[in-house]
Design a protein around this ligand. Structure first.
Ligand code: 13P
Ligand code: G3H
Ligand code: ZN
Ligand code: ZN
Length: 330
C-alpha cells in the first residue's frame, strides 16, 4: 500500500475548483508507453499546465500496471528536471469494478473513475458509492458517469448515445458522493465520432458534425451548480493527421471528431476535465508512417518514435494553449 502523496502526485480536488472558477479545463491524456508520457509532461511543463495522466485497463494490460505507476512517479521528477513542477494526477480511466479501483488506489493512483453507466441506475449508484467510500478514506478523488456514449466503450458497444438525464444528477452525486461526473452529450470514443451522413458541408466541402447537446449541459449545470463535469471522447481528429496517415499507406475512413470551437465552449463551462486519447494516436501514427515511408533504410526505433514524440508534444501544447485554456494555470 502506497499513498499517492508519497509519490508527489495530487488528487483532482483543487485543480477542478480552480478550473471551474477560471473557466478552463484540465487535460486528461492517456498514456501507455514512455514516449507518450514524455510528450505529455514536456508539453505541460512548457505551457505550465496541470495535467491528468490517464491509465485505462487496456494500458495496464499492455504496459504492466507497476511500470505505469513508476512512470507516473518518474513523471513528477521529470517535470522538475525540465524546469517546472506542474501538478500531476494519476487517474484510472474507465474503471469497471470496485476491485480494479481499489488496486489502483492501493498502488498510488490519486484519482479513479468508476464507470457504472452501463449498469441499471441503482446498481451504478451502489457500485460508485462503494468506490467513493474506499477512495475518500485515502483522500483519492472519484469520477462517476451517468449516460452512455455511443460507440465502443469498455468493450461494450452502444449503437446510440444515451444522453445524461439532468433530472438524475442531483440524486446521483448526493447519494454516491462522487467528486466529478462524466456526462453524455454527443461525444464518443475513437476517430469515427460521426458518419458523413450525420454531417453537413461548409462552402469548401468540409464536413461539419452536428453540435454537442449544450442544452443538456446547461440543464445539468443548473441542477448542480459549480459541480465538476467531465467530457470523454473529446478528440477533434485533426484532418492533417488523417491525410498524412492515408498518404503514407494508411486507410482511415470517415474520421470525424469534435470541432475545437465546441471544446473551447465546453471548457469555459463547468466542464473541467477533457479526455483526449485518439488525437495523440493519430499524431504518433502519422509521424511514424511518414518516417517509415520516406526513410525506408531506418530501423532504429528512436528514429521513428522520436519524431512521433515530437509531434505528440506539439499537439498537446496546442491543446493546453488554444483549446482547453489550461496553459499558464500550473
Ligand atoms: O475519453 C477518452 C478516454 O477516456 C478519449 O476519447 P477520444 O477517443 O475522443 O480521444
Ligand atoms: O476510453 C478509451 C481510451 O481512449 C482508452 O483506450 P484503450 O481502452 O484502448 O486504452
Ligand atoms: Zn462509460
Ligand atoms: Zn473515455
Amino acid at each position: 500500500m502506497v499513498s499517492y502523496k508519497e509519490l508527489g502526485l495530487v488528487n483532482t480536488k483543487e485543480l477542478f475548483k480552480k478550473a471551474i472558477e477560471g473557466k478552463y479545463a484540465i487535460p486528461a491524456f492517456n498514456f501507455n508507453n514512455l514516449e507518450q508520457m514524455q510528450a505529455i509532461i514536456a508539453a505541460c511543463v512548457e505551457t505550465k499546465s496541470p495535467v491528468i495522466l490517464q491509465v485505462s485497463s487496456g494500458a495496464r494490460k499492455y504496459a504492466n500496471q507497476t511500470l505505469l505507476r513508476y512512470m507516473a512517479q518518474g513523471a513528477v521528477e521529470y517535470a522538475k528536471e525540465l524546469g517546472y513542477a506542474i501538478p500531476v494526477v494519476l487517474h484510472l480511466d474507465h474503471g469497471d469494478s470496485f476491485e480494479l479501483c481499489k488496486d489502483c488506489i492501493d498502488m498510488g493512483f490519486s484519482s479513479v473513475m468508476i464507470d457504472g453507466s452501463h449498469f441499471p441506475y441503482e446498481e451504478n449508484i451502489a457500485l460508485t458509492k462503494k468506490v467513493v467510500e474506499y477512495a475518500h478514506a485515502h483522500d483519492v478523488t472519484v469520477e462517476g458517469e451517468l449516460g452512455v456514449l455511443a460507440g465502443v466503450e469498455d468493450d461494450v458497444v452502444a449503437e446510440h448515445h444515451t444522453y445524461t438525464q439532468p433530472e438524475e444528477v442531483v440524486d446521483f452525486v448526493t447519494r454516491t458522493g462522487v467528486d466529478s461526473l462524466a456526462i453524455s452529450i454527443g461525444t464518443s470514443h475513437g476517430a469515427n465520432k460521426f458518419t458523413p451522413a450525420q454531417c453537413t458541408r461548409d462552402a469548401n466541402g468540409v464536413l461539419i458534425p452536428p453540435p454537442l447537446r449544450f442544452d443538456i449541459l446547461e440543464e445539468i449545470e443548473k441542477q448542480i451548480p459549480g459541480f465538476p463535469i467531465v467530457l470523454h471522447g473529446s478528440s477533434s481528429v485533426p484532418q492533417e493527421y488523417v491525410e498524412t496517415i492515408n498518404k503514407f499507406g494508411g486507410a482511415l475512413k470517415d474520421s470525424i471528431g469534435i470541432p475545437e470551437e465546441q471544446l473551447r465552449h465546453a471548457a469555459s463551462s463547468a466542464v473541467c476535465k477533457i479526455n483526449i486519447d485518439s488525437d495523440g494516436r493519430l499524431a504518433m501514427t502519422a509521424a511514424v508512417r511518414e518516417v517509415l515511408a520516406t526513410k525506408p533504410g531506418e530501423f532504429d526505433p528512436r528514429k521513428y518514435l522520436g519524431p512521433a514524440r515530437d509531434e505528440l508534444k506539439k499537439l498537446y501544447m496546442h491543446k493546453t494553449v488554444n483549446v482547453l485554456g489550461s496553459a499558464g494555470k500550473a
